[in-house]
Write a protein that binds this ligand. Structure first.
Ligand code: QV4
Length: 474
């Protein structure tokens, strides 16, 4: 279940973290479809506990499988899926199969109004009772398989996926989403569930809904959250044949490289050469909603120049199933999404350039990022050729004769003739501007009959990357 069921030549998933369904529907029609995005990962759709201050992470604490959250209700969800599919943008849902909510004093009331008593492992909205869960224990030793898979991740009540009842409720929930037209799922905390149980669940799911344009017998796309830094007891390899797996080493290493801790010349062997999963099994990302909040190597929107370079490399280099992050501004781990005084999530607002202004970051609306989504579509099915580097932090490469990327992460200029592999002509750099009415609003590069062009990326240029492709030829 590794096929994401993309439409046409599309290639990139965006995670619209904490967005409302009605806003995503609008975004599919007005921005994502026209810009060639392939799909959206949406926040959890099922009812969750209400935590004080409404941190984003309350949505990782399920109360029932009713489809009402702060992002909207079932009707709004269904409307979004239909409208996004209509413009060729697939929907992938973040699903919580591992656990229900953590402790809560007394009776908790969820976002759909359902009552539960998490301390007693009583979730009548499903219903689940104590016998549907593993006995309570804490994960203290991450090298102990039993603890990782049968104890509680941060105190979240741990479902027993080997039980027929639990399996049937999870399958029913996922099938309901398939019926509504989704293309697949991000499986949260997959490493905390036995792969045999997941295999049973995935293989029991319905085919995708043909009324939403999926071919007969299409299997739901699955990508599993398994954090494997390379030496875990429960490893990515146990899951990779069931569906794609999040390749966290990609995120860590790309952050390292673009922070300047590892010369970019080494990226020539990027991908399996770095010990990453085979391309078709790897879900790749510069940052995700968890590790963008951790200090460390991972880059996020707060280091925009390096973040844009890393994203350009991510989307230009032919490796993995790409996902870009679209964040809201945060100060710390618990910062809630943009919300009003009644704690309702607010809609993004845009300035005249289309950038978000009211607490939403919308990296996917940064020209340097959506232009690379277009680049990836334009160069689809080509190989990487013509690698060049200066032995340090200046690199360039071609994608067949359809696209060319150059990056300068040195503190001095890149100025020289380089092989772009492109047919002769003048091309717009899609990072510094766009092709509008037959001319470039940013830099342009003239390619001669031998495919060479003069490339200049000053060390103090606004962006440290330049990208050319055949769809932006003057
Ligand atoms: C607290 C204590 C615990 C204690 C517990 C019980 O910290 O030590 O056991 O109380 O008394 C929130 C709070 C957390 C709290 C917990 C339970 O932050 O402090 O525990 O609730 O009340 C998200 C957030 C978590 C959040 C959780 C549930 O990141 O902070 O916890 O949602 O709301 C590992 C896993 C990997 C996981 C990653 C974070 O292998 O699978 O940790 N990633 C996924 C999601 C992530 C999500 C979860 C899993 C859980 O991507 O966003 O956690 O669904 O690496």
């Amino acid at each position: 279940q590794h096929n994401p069921h993309w439409w046409g030549n599309r290639n990139t998933i965006v995670h619209l973290f904490e967005w409302k369904w009605s806003d995503i529907a609008q975004e599919c029609e007005s921005f994502l479809g026209p810009r060639g995005f392939a799909g959206v990962q949406v926040s959890p759709v099922n009812e969750n506990i209400i935590a004080a201050g409404r941190p984003w992470w309350e949505r990782y604490q399920p109360i029932s499988y009713k489809l009402t959250t702060r992002s909207g209700n079932e009707e709004e969800f269904g409307d979004m899926v239909r409208r996004c599919n209509d413009v060729g943008v697939r929907i992938y849902v973040d699903v919580l199969l591992n656990h229900m909510s953590g402790d809560f004093d007394g009776v908790a009331v969820g976002t759909a109004g359902t009552e539960a008593e998490p301390r007693k492992k009583s979730f009548p909205g499903v219903p689940y009772t104590a016998q549907d869960f593993h006995p309570t224990c804490e994960i203290t030793d991450w090298s102990d398989r039993f603890q990782v898979q049968q104890c509680e991740l941060v105190g979240l009540k741990d479902l027993d996926q080997s039980s027929d009842w639990v399996r049937s409720k999870l399958i029913e929930f996922l099938d309901h989403l398939i019926e509504l037209g989704v293309a697949g799922f991000r499986v949260d905390a997959a490493k905390h569930m036995a792969s045999e149980d997941l295999e049973y669940i995935y293989s029991s799911l319905s085919n995708l809904n043909i009324d939403h344009g999926f071919p007969h017998n299409s299997r739901p796309f699955i990508f599993q959250e398994v954090i494997d830094h390379g030496h875990e007891t429960v490893s990515r390899d146990e899951y990779k044949d069931l569906g794609a797996v999040t390749e966290f080493r990609f995120s860590e290493e790309i952050g390292n490289a673009f922070r300047g801790n590892n010369a970019l010349k080494w990226l020539q062997s990027w991908g399996t050469g770095w010990g990453f999963l085979p391309s078709g099994q790897a879900l790749t990302f510069v940052d995700n909603h968890d590790n963008q909040r951790d200090a460390g190597a991972v880059l996020n929107y707060k280091s925009p120049r390096q973040y844009k370079m890393a994203t350009a490399f991510h989307l230009a280099y032919p490796y993995g199933i790409s996902r870009v992050m679209s964040s809201f501004a945060f100060d710390d781990h618990d910062t809630p999404p943009p919300q009003d005084a009644q704690e309702r999530i607010i809609s993004p607002e845009f300035d005249e350039d289309g950038a978000c202004v009211n607490g939403w970051i919308c990296e996917h609306r940064w020209r340097q990022i959506y232009a690379m989504v277009g680049f990836k579509n334009a160069v689809r099915d080509t190989e990487i050729t013509g690698w060049w580097d200066n032995g340090d932090n200046q690199i360039s490469f071609c994608r067949g004769n359809k696209g060319f990327l150059a990056i300068n992460n040195n503190l001095y200029d890149l100025s020289q003739d380089l092989n772009t592999c492109l047919p002769a002509g003048t091309y717009c750099d899609v990072i510094s501007g766009s092709l509008i009415d037959g001319s470039c609003t940013g830099k342009s590069v003239t390619v001669n009959d031998n495919g060479y062009g003069y490339i200049h990326i000053g060390s103090d240029d606004f962006d440290g990357v330049l990208a050319l492709h055949v769809d932006a030829k003057v």
